[in-house]
Design a protein around this ligand. Structure first.
Ligand SMILES: *Cc1c(COP(=O)(O)O)cnc(C)c1O
Length: 400
């Protein structure tokens, strides 16, 4: 009888009876959206990251959209960001009718290269949207000083960065405090904790937090909780254009349990990442991710850059054939048909630009990272034996 080896997945949420039990609470109570579980999850999340306010929404993409609206991004404005990210980052800018202006990344951290930001700032620039890619904090100190000197708000796409930390005036602080103006998180299953789908906005500005709450619920003047508890008839009004970006209480109840598991999850991820670092250190030509001294990643993804001689697709296929899932490096939005000149005209005079996309810089490092890097399996339940299998397989595939 042939024994089928189980394929090691790239990621897997860590959930169990606690989450299943928690989901029962709102279902049996009969209050399933914008109720007490959402409010409690927001409070607990704000306390965890150290923010004054946290507002739950349907996912991180809608969180990014609201964050951009809150800082005043309007049609025709430019927003500086990276192409090297999940496509949702750039898409959220286009939802505002604004233009993403792409800056290249640093090859070591896969994050925006702060030294290239100033080159693309002009009178149309309205905001900077940075991404803590794969959970690695951006160089916020440098980015914020550039942004402040031009009076530009900074939004942090922290979709992958729950529990990541940054050294701030001698103290380790959580990403999402926030250090910029607004941070946006995702609870998609590919991230470190999950609610199925879900998102969170954190800020220290009470006005923005109020705005988020109106926008996520169709711009409605009276929240459900107030109407429900009212002893007198009240009619709501709709003073502004809003959206349906709500999180349900079922999701929030699950999220509260996930938050309790988070310290254990991060400890395990850091342990496994450390183990990858040690055991892959001697592979010739393989470049491992580096963590700046002032950063502690949550290791949402562990990304390695293959030696020059290796073909990315061949390595990935060989590993898949042997029962190990991998993913290519982070995508580049500017290379997708949705961002082709035909599909999307940024309106910038094409003579003025140095790439086919408009006002963007050459994105050599972004493209290289996409083509040369692969992401290895890393998840809470992964055993050391499973990790050893990944390591041995990667080594033998590379060394041929
Ligand atoms: C996953 C991800 C998003 C989108 O999050 P959703 O919750 O799926 O909308 C945005 N930005 C980055 C960097 C991501 O990794």
């Amino acid at each position: 009888m042939s024994e089928k080896i189980q394929t090691i997945p790239i990621a897997k949420p860590w959930m169990g009876e606690a989450e299943a039990e928690a989901a029962k609470r709102p279902i049996l109570a009969g209050w399933v959206t914008q109720g007490p579980e959402v409010a409690a999850f927001e409070q607990e999340f704000a306390a965890y990251v150290g923010a004054n306010h946290a507002c739950a929404v349907s996912n991180c993409t809608t969180a990014l959209h609201l964050a951009l609206l809150a800082v005043g991004v309007q049609p025709g404005d430019e927003v500086i960001t990276v192409s090297h990210s999940y496509i949702a980052t750039a898409n959220s800018i286009r939802y505002c009718g604004a233009i993403p202006v792409f800056v290249d990344i640093e090859p070591q951290t896969y994050n925006i290269n702060p030294m290239l930001i100033e080159d693309v700032i002009n009178e149309r620039t309205r905001a900077i949207l940075i991404v803590h890619q794969m959970g690695m904090p951006c160089d916020l100190k440098v980015i914020l000083s550039i942004a402040r000197s031009h009076n530009l708000p900074v939004i942090e796409d922290a979709a992958c960065a729950i529990a990541s930390e940054i050294l701030w005036d001698g103290q380790w602080e959580k990403i999402g405090k926030p250090h910029g103006d607004i941070a946006c998180f995702s609870f998609h299953p590919r991230k470190v904790i999950s609610t199925g789908d879900g998102g969170m906005l954190t800020t220290n500005n009470p006005e923005w937090d109020k705005q988020f709450r109106l926008w996520r619920q169709h711009g409605m003047s009276v929240p459900d909780t107030v109407r429900h508890g009212a002893k007198q008839v009240i009619f709501e009004s709709y003073p502004m254009l809003g959206y349906n970006y709500r999180m349900t209480d079922i999701q929030a109840a699950v999220g509260r349990e996930q938050l309790k598991r988070l310290p254990e999850i991060v400890e395990r991820r850091r342990y496994l990442a450390q183990r990858y670092q040690q055991m892959l250190a001697d592979v010739p030509g393989l470049k491992l991710p580096t963590e700046p001294q002032w950063a502690k990643s949550n290791w949402q993804s562990f990304c390695v850059r293959l030696p020059e001689k290796c073909d990315q697709v061949q390595v990935m296929q060989a590993m898949l054939d042997a029962g190990v899932s991998t993913r290519r490096g982070i995508m580049c939005a500017h290379r997708e048909p949705a961002y082709s000149i035909e599909a999307w005209s940024c309106g910038v005079d094409s003579d003025a630009c140095n790439c086919e996309l408009g006002k963007c810089q050459r994105l050599t490092e972004s493209e290289q990272a996409q083509e040369r890097a692969i992401i290895l399996p890393l998840f809470h339940q992964m055993t050391e034996q499973e990790q050893d299998r990944v390591i041995e397989l990667l080594k033998s595939t590379i060394l041929g």
